[in-house]
Design a protein around this ligand. Structure first.
Ligand code: UD1
Ligand code: MG
Length: 446
């Protein structure tokens, strides 16, 4: 265990113009969570305090997204060293380690950062290095003969020989907080972009007689997102991770690449997920659940042994009890479906409580909304809702009660009663034959 306190500074002031978006780049989502929250989440996992996010003026949505952590404003974007300086006040008096992360690198893993801290020894700056072959825009890590880090040269400022080096700067740096800002003040902007480069802190620390070192990590974790294309690469990479994790935990994915998880999807053991299933955030699935093809689930809970789909939609607030069945083209929203209840075909169950063992017939609709308010439907345990019943909420169907098929139920139904609420059927013997004969005669006349 490392007992030195840790602060994290997340750089996120870049405009991200290549996203072509009205939304700040770091608020774009990967696996259902904004990139900035992925990064802040990694900082939290390390127990960092404080976490300071550097933003440009007007990025109020980013500030809101990272609360309760604070933001520091970088008024003009003069480079990564200048961005870190913006956090100076927020870190005044802090003397532990400072970790620098980028808000647009959502794939960085807390385990890697923890290892970086563990492997750190007496150096002033530890840089997370990645291996990238060929031409790349990354800064190159130039090692001294003793294997320590001598300096970082940005690709734009590098010589041809330096550009052939495959050890690159991921952007992640771990520094000694008591010296960070003094070193930053010594950095100038005499380079290709006339910017203050954070990477120059390595040469500055060396000049002051300190050692700097590299800890290596898989290049994948350092993927920076600058465009929608890169956003899709980040998504694909994270999905691969989430699918692998699910399978390691005992989930069968028949076609892993067609199942899309959210960053926080929780799935029990011996769950089978058929192809083409999408999880939004906030889903918890119990053991032995079957999720059949083409289902969409968000902010919902499914308990042990339930069967969902094919083609089911569980919307926010859906809670499906043990062994319950939710079948094809059934939508559940803000509703509790108790143990063993079934809604197998073509229904909308919204703002409702469905008791244990109740049977919801095909085509049942809860009319929960009158254009102004939402109203609740309560269906008792063991009730039998006939096909094509319309339940006009607020309304209650008692335990063990029946509703006749095709009923529009507007009044409460007592326990064990039958409600029939539909037009009475009239039968006219011979009417159809007479009708046909008349029509044919008229046609023959023409
Ligand atoms: C930086 C590194 C480079 C490294 C690469 C990894 C420097 C000088 N270069 O280059 O060595 O290989 O990242 O991806 O550090 N930002 C601000 N304010 C600024 C400038 C940047 O907040 O004034 C933020 C950006 O929003 C971004 C991060 O800092 O999150 C990195 O900035 P970026 O412009 O992408 O740096 P690179 O040129 O990619
Ligand atoms: Mg970049």
């Amino acid at each position: 265990m490392i007992d030195r306190p840790l602060a994290v500074i997340v750089l996120a002031a870049g405009r991200g113009t290549r996203m072509r978006s009205a939304v700040p780049k770091v608020l774009h989502k990967v696996a259902g969570r904004s990139m900035i929250c992925h990064v802040v989440g990694a900082a939290e996992a390390l127990g960092a305090d404080p976490v300071v996010v550097v933003v440009a003026p007007g990025m109020d949505d980013v500030a809101a997204a990272v609360r309760p952590h604070s933001v520091a404003i970088q008024h003009e974007q003069h480079g990564t060293a200048d961005a870190v300086k913006a956090a100076r006040d927020a870190l005044s008096g802090f003397a532990g380690d400072v970790l620098i992360l980028y808000g647009d690198c959502p794939l960085i893993q807390p385990e890697t950062l923890a290892r970086m801290r563990q492997e750190r020894r007496d150096e002033a700056v530890t840089v997370l290095g990645i291996r990238v072959r060929g031409t790349s825009p990354y800064g190159r890590l130039i090692l001294a003969e003793d294997g320590t880090l001598d300096r970082i040269v940005e690709a734009l400022d590098a010589t041809d020989a330096e550009r052939r080096i495959d050890l690159c700067n991921s952007g992640v740096m771990l520094l000694n907080g008591s010296r960070l800002f003094a070193l930053l003040d010594s950095i100038g902007n005499g380079n290709a972009k006339s910017e203050y480069y954070l990477t120059d802190i390595v040469a500055a620390a060396r000049a002051a007689g300190s050692i700097c070192r590299v800890v290596e990590a898989p290049a994948q974790e350092a993927l920076g997102v600058n465009s929608r294309a890169e956003l899709s690469v980040a998504e694909a990479t994270l999905q691969t991770r989430l699918r692998r994790k699910a399978m390691e935990n005992g989930v069968t994915l028949i076609d892993p690449k067609s199942v899309w998880f959210a960053f926080d999807t929780v799935i029990g053991q011996d769950v089978t997920i058929e192809p083409n299933v999408v999880f939004g955030p906030g889903v918890t699935i119990g053991d032995k659940v079957e999720i059949r093809a083409f289902s969409h689930i968000e902010k919902a809970t499914v308990e042990t042994g339930a069967i969902i789909g094919p083609y089911a939609r569980l919307r926010p607030g859906a809670s499906v009890g043990e062994g319950a069945h939710i079948g094809n083209f059934v939508e559940i929203k803000n509703a509790r479906i108790d143990k063993g209840a079934k809604a197998n075909h073509l229904s909308y169950i919204g703002d409702a409580d469905v008791g244990a063992g109740a049977n919801i017939g095909a085509g049942t609709i809860t009319c929960n909304y009158d254009g102004f308010g939402k109203f609740r439907t309560r269906i008792g345990a063991g009730a039998f809702i006939g096909s094509d019943t319309t339940l006009v909420a607020p309304v209650k169907v008692g335990a063990g009660a029946f509703t006749a098929a095709g009923s529009t139920v507007t009044e409460d139904v007592p326990d064990d009663a039958l409600a029939i609420a539909r037009g009475r059927q009239a039968v006219k013997p011979g009417w159809a034959a007479e009708f046909r004969a008349k029509q044919r005669a008229a046609k023959n006349k023409e």
